[in-house]
Write a protein that binds this ligand. Structure first.
Ligand code: ADP
Ligand code: MG
Length: 242
């Protein structure tokens, strides 16, 4: 469904060039829960930004359902992005002055004129409330982010990412700021969304155990995808074969 073909990306600052992606290929199937691992600085966030059309590759192509999406004009790209991708990050990025419910509604507010918003506000609000219930935050709807735990803030961020019905969730170290048990709960929630809604998920993580539970692990090395033999789930060997 989502394919990256021969992606190259180099950051340039003053005279310094930092080549990050060097001919990366990746194909993601619909409904897949994929993890991306690799050393710090290996280009994991860069890859998510390119896949989610937040940035453009220097060379190479990104295809969604066989249509090229990396070279769309800005307006079409923004519409495609809002309709297709949801994002969650390590540091949640909730707006501190808004309640949990209002934070979840932000992507919807941005997509509507004031009049359009007034007409549809009730239905959209209901959708946001349903999502907050889905992520286990119904009792925190009116709370401000500072009144939430880290795990609760990430749940709110997940609800916000889902409010526009994305097909693909891009998660950049979503458990990086959480304790082990809470991180496990958050990834458990992602698994349940993946199974029940068929949501495609691409998750960058440093947590080997959490990566092992996903459908597939890809490791970034030297700007490309490497086979990760030491991380790949080993086929179970029955005692009769040993
Ligand atoms: P990862 O997420 O795997 O830690 P990143 O994709 O964030 O890696 O970054 C890859 C490399 O690119 C790093 O060396 C980083 O310093 C550099 N980099 C990332 N973003 C920028 C930018 N906007 N400008 C310049 N260099 C950047
Ligand atoms: Mg990163």
């Amino acid at each position: 469904m989502l394919s990256a073909i021969n992606l190259h990306k180099t950051y340039r600052k003053h005279a310094v060039q930092v080549p990050v992606l060097r001919g990366l290929d990746l194909h993601v199937d619909p409904g897949e829960f994929l993890s991306i691992v690799g050393q710090s600085g290996s280009g994991k966030s860069t890859l998510l930004h390119l896949l989610g059309t937040l940035d453009r590759p220097d060379q190479g192509e990104i295809h969604l359902d066989l249509a090229r999406i990396d070279n769309l004009p800005a307006g079409a790209r923004d519409r495609l992005r809002n309709a297709t991708f949801g994002y969650i990050f390590q540091f949640y990025h909730l707006l501190p002055e808004l309640s949990t419910l209002e934070n979840v509604l932000i992507p919807q507010m941005i997509g509507h004129s004031i009049l359009g918003w007034m007409v549809k506000a009730r239905g959209l609000r209901r959708r946001a409330e349903e999502l907050l219930e889905r992520v286990g935050l119904k009792h925190r709807i009116k709370h401000k982010p500072r009144e939430l735990s880290g795990g609760e803030m990430q749940r709110a961020a997940i609800a916000r990412a889902l409010v526009n019905h994305p097909r693909i969730l891009l998660a950049d170290e979503p458990t990086g700021n959480l304790d082990e048990d809470t991180g496990r709960e958050i990834v458990g929630l992602l698994h349940s969304l993946n199974r029940s809604e068929g949501l495609t998920i691409i998750m960058v993580t440093h947590n080997r155990d959490l990566a092992m539970e996903t459908d597939r692990i890809v490791r970034l090395t030297a700007g490309r995808v490497e086979d990760p033999p030491e991380l790949a789930p080993t086929p179970s060997i029955s005692p009769a074969c040993t």
